[in-house]
Design a protein around this ligand. Structure first.
Ligand SMILES: [Zn+2]
Length: 727
């Protein structure tokens, strides 16, 4: 008797099964090959379908009328052709379960039109997706998560999967899917249509993209279209019609959207009868265990058990083991459970990083340019820092959203003082932190100042940018430039610069209608495009934006989240780029921008484990020490280089590191506020920065033609190169 209940002991759980949590799992996640039914299945298969042994593939020529009237036994494409990509044949077990009709097994061969365009890692990815959705990896698995980093061709891999399933199948050659549904964020719907046509050509496939002019009813009535592309919002609205259709494959682009916010959407899609579900996402999904459950539950329902069981068996022990104060026992259990969780899910999650494709890409030169602030910027900066709001902040007592408002004010000031001026002038005293912060600034601006015409000379970064653009125009007249900012207001300012300098440009920001985006992008990438600049708001979103028409990219301001900047760079440095890519990141020396940069670099060193920083970073709470660091101004050519304690000549030669003092062990001031782990991370990133080339503003040369024309206003520069020689 236990607690008033009668208990019968039915067996002993092995220590290993408990540690790994297997005893709490239903037995249904057996690997296909080791399924309990295999022996039985094998024998039944050979009895029921004596003529469909997997050994007798469609490769063998069949003669006679019988073969012709029955289902096809021949692969659609030649499996023996050089470079042919042949999908694995179903196992006997699979045949027993899925080929009730006893149709002959036919090789599924990817259309050579596509095969010739697939990179090796994309062939691998396609194979993986095929095995998952066909249920060849595990009996109850029909879903997959493709979490490749941006630029690896998730779209192409999906197009290839869809096209293969729409035309072929392992049993009698019958297509696996009659229709394919692609659900994507609204801004990418047109892009998907364009991608299908790009890889397959309009003559092969008809893709229906839903928008104002192309309503879902037209798709329902049309037998010609086999692919439906629709936004998440539209899907909810047209659910009734979509439910009536039968889809053989569902692809959810940017599928991490399903994980928490739109439970409605995910349950709507889950409600569709199709079991073959593919989620595409560029962010790793494992960081938040709750979200991880939701996304797994969507692709392969039931595989992790009920959410209560999941919480008890995995989430809680894993979280406990991550607490610094946990007991040894808890740590071991948590690690075991985490290992089991990734074993269970690993068979249908694929994530590869950019490195895999780097060797196909042209070299990339990364420059971090430190720009001296203008006298007006310095004066305003000091004024802001001495404001009572910021002083109160540093004393520790303040309102929750104050730090963010102060950070924003300083960041704007770094971009251009004029961005503050318009607000200062309006004198909107609405009691907000911002309006309080700006009081007293009006006196700092010169009498003659007007918010209308911005003077380039008032912003250090704008001076550098203006020189840089002149240099590019002069040296490589056919090169084009993407100019990225976080702020629409800053884009307005940059646009003014373009107009004044007579540069042709186009612009994409949050206000650009979805329907125009694709046209803008296509137009810019065309060799006949006459636009010199592409002004891009980093918040405009759309991971799929591909801007290989440009070979220079300027990050005008800095974001807390390194992932955003990496994403921006990947728009230019990606498959299809033919020229050497130049990335320029502009920082105002000694200001908050450098301090954000330092935090960014240290997070980047961590990216293997924690990448999904989300948009929440700016709202994170800062310690008083951290805020003291953020809200200070240092008169220097490069605070970051000062903090490195680097003894280089600042002429771009990489400093020799003495043996007794490896770079990673150097004393480093950056880490002084943190705990031990933080210090270690900072050291890591520091050692990374130590491998970059360092140039002081008065260095003899930057060894870069564009920057040597821009030197007047650069106080310091870091440079790193990524180049891979194709083997
Ligand atoms: Zn140095």
């Amino acid at each position: 008797m236990v607690g008033g209940k009668e208990v019968e002991v039915m067996g002993v759980i092995s220590a290993e099964d408990f540690a790994r949590g297997r005893c709490f799992q239903d037995a249904h996640v057996e690997k296909e090959e080791e399924g309990p039914k295999s022996a039985q299945a094998l024998s039944r298969c050979s009895v029921a379908k004596p003529f469909c042994s997997p050994l007798m593939s469609g490769r063998a020529e069949k003669t006679g009328a019988k073969a012709q009237e029955g289902p096809s036994c021949r692969p659609r494409h030649d499996p023996l052709a050089p470079g042919a990509l042949v999908m694995p044949r179903p196992s006997a077990n699979h045949q027993w379960a899925c080929n009730k009709a006893g149709l002959p097994v036919v090789d599924v061969v990817v259309d050579p039109h596509l095969t010739s365009q697939l990179r090796p890692h994309q062939r691998e990815g396609l194979l993986f997706l095929y095995e998952c959705v066909m249920g060849m990896r595990a009996i109850s698995v029909h879903g997959a998560i493709l979490a490749d980093e941006i630029g690896l061709g998730k779209t192409l891999q999906s197009v290839a999967l869809a096209w293969t399933l729409l035309r072929q199948g392992p049993y009698g050659g019958r297509p696996v899917a009659k229709r394919v549904l692609v659900v994507a964020p609204g801004s990418l719907v047109q892009n998907w249509g364009a991608e299908f046509n790009k890889w397959l050509g309009r003559e092969r496939i008809r893709v229906f993209t839903v928008d104002q002019d192309h309503r879902i009813e037209m798709f329902v009535a049309s037998p010609l279209h086999s692919v439906l592309v629709i936004s998440y919002e539209m899907l909810l609205r047209s659910l009734e019609q979509i439910q009536k259709l039968e889809f053989g494959l569902i692809i959810c682009d940017e599928g991490h959207r399903l994980k928490n916010s739109s439970i409605k959407t995910s349950s709507a899609i889950s409600g569709l009868s199709c079991r073959r579900r593919v989620i595409l996402t560029g962010t790793p999904v494992q960081n938040d265990l709750q979200e991880f459950y939701a996304i797994i539950e969507f692709v392969n329902p039931g595989i992790l058990g009920s959410s209560t069981a999941y919480k008890k068996v995995y989430e809680e022990p894993i979280l406990r083991s991550r607490q610094p104060s946990c007991a040894e026992e808890e740590r071991v259990l948590g690690e075991e459970r985490a290992a089991e969780l990734s074993r269970l899910t690993g068979m249908f999650i694929l994530r590869r990083t950019q490195e895999i494709i780097n060797r196909y890409l042209p070299p990339r030169l990364d420059w971090t340019l430190f720009c001296g602030p203008s006298p007006l910027q310095v004066e305003l900066y000091k004024q802001l820092l001495s404001h009572r709001v910021i002083r109160a902040l540093l004393q520790g007592s303040t309102h929750a959203n104050t730090p963010l408002a102060c950070i924003t004010a300083l960041k704007k000031l770094c971009n251009h003082p004029g961005l503050l001026y318009s607000t200062v002038k309006e004198k909107t005293d609405n009691g907000s932190v911002e309006s309080t912060l700006y009081e007293g600034l009006a006196g700092v601006f010169p009498e003659s100042y007007s918010s209308g015409g911005f003077s380039t000379a008032d912003s250090g970064k704008l001076l550098v940018l203006s020189d840089l653009l002149t240099a590019i125009r002069h040296i490589s007249p056919t090169d084009r430039v993407v100019l990225v900012s976080n702020y629409t207001q800053t884009l307005d300012l940059l646009q003014d610069l373009c107009v004044h300098a007579g540069y042709t440009f186009c612009r994409l920001d949050g206000h650009t209608p979805t329907i125009r985006r694709q046209r803008l992008v296509d137009n810019f990438n065309s060799p006949h495009c006459r636009d010199f600049l592409f002004l891009l708001s980093s918040k405009a979103g759309g991971v799929g934006l591909n801007l290989v028409g440009a070979s220079h990219l300027v990050l005008y301001d800095i974001d807390w989240n390194p992932a955003n900047d990496i994403q921006a760079m990947a728009r230019v440095w990606r498959d299809g780029q033919k020229k050497t890519v130049h990335i320029y990141r502009l920082l105002t020396a000694g200001t908050i921008e450098e301090r954000i940069f330092q935090r960014q670099v240290s997070k980047q060193g961590l990216s293997g484990t924690v990448v999904d920083l989300g948009k929440g970073a700016e709202h994170a709470s800062f310690s008083t020490n951290e805020m003291r660091d953020l809200f200070s101004l240092t008169d220097t050519n490069s605070l970051t280089h000062d903090l490195l304690n680097c003894s280089c000549n600042m002429d771009g030669t990489i400093p020799a590191v003495e043996d007794d003092e490896p770079a990673s062990d150097r004393p480093c001031q950056l880490g002084r506020h943190g705990d031990r782990r933080e210090v270690a991370q900072k050291h890591l990133s520091m050692s990374e920065l130590m491998q970059w080339r360092h140039f002081s503003g008065d260095a003899h040369t930057f060894a870069d033609p564009y920057l040597d024309h821009t030197r007047n206003h650069i106080t310091f520069a870091f440079q790193s190169t990524i180049s891979h020689t194709a083997q």
